[in-house]
Design a protein around this ligand. Structure first.
Ligand code: NAD
Length: 292
């Protein structure tokens, strides 16, 4: 069997068009534009590319964006002053602090300072709590992108055995939480999974991975998941982004696994493009909440 390739790029574009149409409507209704503030500290090349891509995506969707660049030696206190100013500014609807932050900055303190109403990354404890109780204000962008991708490719999670590899606060844990709900971002078929999360301290990881109807991998280790860890016919979602000499690769050994899976996401062009699409959606939702 050669797996169907799940086209994240096309689905992201579809979502971006949907957001663009809704943005045009809210601008017409309110006479105001949604606005995302992006905060970039230091000169990390990958972060600069990410922020630039987010700005361009905003522009295409009709969302305004403002970039705040701070020097690499910025202190936690200086960054908190900016975050608080953005929290108070009614013309800013979403705040994005690009990670990673330089080592001297207390990342937790800065992320916790972002107003939950403008927390379009959905990192704030209040927003994490609301999501885990099944009444989200915002859904975290990458996990939400995975759920949209599955739904729009006709892959239900309801009643399926889903194994998530990785337990980070940004990807693994929120995915587990979303998959467990009674209703997901795209309804009941997009939730109600039987979920297992495995991680670096799981002794029998390959054995558990082989149980999965849907295997989702987010660990940041190139080619980690090999064909022998995948049940024949499983759906494999690769969230990993690893920069190697040969270019960007995922956490899945794509060439081997696509011979055994029924569907698979490529890297690049799979989950990646959805993250930005869902950030635009959250910025629109933040604007709507502020302009009912
Ligand atoms: P992280 O480093 O915060 O977490 C990695 C997780 O993987 C940890 O929970 C750890 O327990 C687990 N892990 C590490 N090594 C393991 C091993 N050998 N066996 C089992 N589990 C192991 O990473 P993250 O932020 O969750 O990101 C994971 C990957 O996803 C990275 O490659 C990152 O670049 C990528 N990512 C992609 C997007 C996107 O837009 N597509 C967004 C966020 C992260």
């Amino acid at each position: 069997m050669t797996a169907r390739v799940l086209d994240g790029k096309a689905i992201a574009l579809q979502i971006r068009h949907e957001v663009q149409a809704e943005v045009a409507k809210v601008i017409e209704r309110t006479g105001k534009s949604p606005c995302l503030a992006a905060v970039l500290v230091g000169e990390d090349p990958a972060s600069q590319v990410y922020v630039r891509n987010k700005e361009l995506a905003c522009q295409k969707a009709g969302i305004s964006s403002q970039l705040f660049r701070l020097a690499a030696e910025t202190t936690t206190e200086e960054l908190l002053v900016l975050v608080n100013r953005l929290n108070e500014d009614p013309s800013i609807h979403g705040i994005l602090v690009q990670l990673p932050l330089p080592k001297q900055i207390d990342e937790r303190k800065v992320l916790d300072a972002v107003s939950p109403a403008k927390d379009v990354d959905a990192f704030a404890p209040e927003n994490v709590g609301l999501m885990s109780q099944g009444r989200p204000r915002f859904l975290p962008c990458t996990p939400h992108g995975v759920m949209q991708l599955l739904h729009r490719e006709g892959i239900a999670t309801e009643g399926k055995e889903v194994v998530v590899i990785g337990r980070s606060d940004i990807v693994g844990k929120p995915l587990v939480s979303m998959l467990l709900q009674k209703s997901g971002p795209c309804g009941e078929s997009n939730a109600n999974a039987t979920v297992t999360c495995v991680h670096s301290r799981t002794p029998n990881l390959p054995e558990i991975a082989r149980r999965a109807d849907i295997l989702i991998v987010a660990i940041g280790k190139a080619h980690f998941v090999t064909a022998d860890m995948v049940k024949p016919g499983a759906v494999v979602i690769d969230v990993g982004i690893n920069r190697l000499g040969e270019g960007i690769v995922g956490d899945v050994d794509y060439a081997g696994v696509r011979e055994i899976a029924s569907a698979i996401t490529p890297v690049p062009g799979g989950v990646g493009p959805l993250t930005i699409a869902m950030l635009l959606r959250n910025t629109l939702e933040a604007f709507r909440a502020a302009n009912p």
